[in-house]
Design a protein around this ligand. Sequence first.
Ligand SMILES: Nc1ncnc2c1ncn2[C@@H]1O[C@H](COP(=O)(O)OP(=O)(O)OP(=O)(O)O)[C@@H](O)[C@H]1O
Length: 467
Amino acid sequence: MFIGRESELTALNKLYQEDKFQFVVVYGRRRVGKTTLLLEFCKEKPFIFFVADESVDSVSLEKFSKEVFSFFNLKGLTGFNSWEEAFLFIANRTREERLGIVIDEFQYLVNANRSIPSILQKLIDHSLKDTKLFLIICGSYVSFMENEVLGYKSPLYGRRTAQFEITPFGFFDSRKFFPEYSREEQVNTYGVLGGTPQYLVTFDEKVDVYENIKQKILFKSSYLNEEPTFLLRQELREPLIYNSILEALAEGNGKLNEISSRISFDNSKVAKYLETLIDLKIVERIKPEPIGRKSRGSIFKIKDNFFKFWYRFVFKNKALIEQGLADFVIQNKIKPFMNEYIGPIFEDISVEILKKMNADGKLPFIFENIGKWWGNNPIKKREEEIDIVAYDKKNILLGECKWHNSLVDMSVVKKLMDKGALFHFENKFYILFSKNGFTKETLNFAKASNNVILISFKDFVSSKMKN
Ligand SMILES: Nc1ncnc2c1ncn2[C@@H]1O[C@H](COP(=O)(O)OP(=O)(O)OP(=O)(O)O)[C@@H](O)[C@H]1O
């Protein structure tokens, strides 16, 4: 079953209907669903789908030739002598007729022949631009695609007519992989696996999340057991230091000096490693929104939930897992910490909900910016943090998210409203997201006020999706 990606498919189809030459670049982390998206898009369209591999250039060209000949039903031909010849042949065939070509895993072609980008550039400028070819190149080494295909130093710079970075699913698409799970199980699963489809398809709804964790992550020969280190080894030369940084981040050390002192490394060195992890889209740097009093520097956070889960619970408990104590790890090292672990993930889900409400015009104003805020509270003389701030020039919405089983009471609302005093906006609104709902007093207070919004996750998101 194909899930989500509606906006990408709509945009691709719109380009396809333009009936002129298009050069589309699709990129994104491994396993994120690029090939599946392109296969869905190409369905029932005339497309040659070529997946490059780590062959030498001449073998790749031979394989490509075979795909082209087979598409045009040409038998007995030996293959093109060069990429130029192959694309000139295609140019001739696409002067009047639409044809799509996908070159998947483009990075392998370039690794084997560094001149491929400039060959393509010349072909686009001299022949392909006047054809009806719909050329898609797709790659999973994000930094390679961003620098050597999209970057201004690349010969292909400026030739593309569209680009799509395919990112992991958010919560609301991820939960569609588990329509039979309860809403809490869907959140837990999203917290464990994140939105990478290849990971999402590994869990089996017939058993609960913890059994899945045991079978699909902790079990030694399972696919996900070593996935993060496997991916790091593919992209980086020194995975050991990266492992330590990611472990420190997973423990909740977000500031540069916290990470450096946790692993006893120089700030400057750690900063460099963090940059690489940011390039790989594994880590993100978050800055407080520039509102209110000047806030302190950035914090770093593991972007991908699976990496977060793995470094927090698997990497840390490796010795126990290797002794065959997976059940012990689940009962004592994972289950009791799950609600606390999901806390920040619930903030991300709440941001998703807010963005949706904003797009649907369901908020008191349409915000232009959204993020987090932390900084000094001069009234209380302490560091203050706000889970979500969403604002435009005149209005601000302050948000607090609570992922625990008890009902959220007035003390939480009051605390959040106190923080409102830190900002100078014409209108201030407050929104609270709660896992299980609110006390009666809080509900009555919100009803009587015109600037407090309450979102009970349990009412906002239906439980079993098939109901
Ligand atoms: N939109 C989707 N709906 C349902 N399942 C999906 C979707 N996208 C991906 N998947 C599942 O995830 C798996 C991995 O996706 P896919 O091979 O498309 O990723 P990729 O980004 O091309 O990976 P790589 O770069 O490693 O080749 C697919 O085999 C499929 O099972």
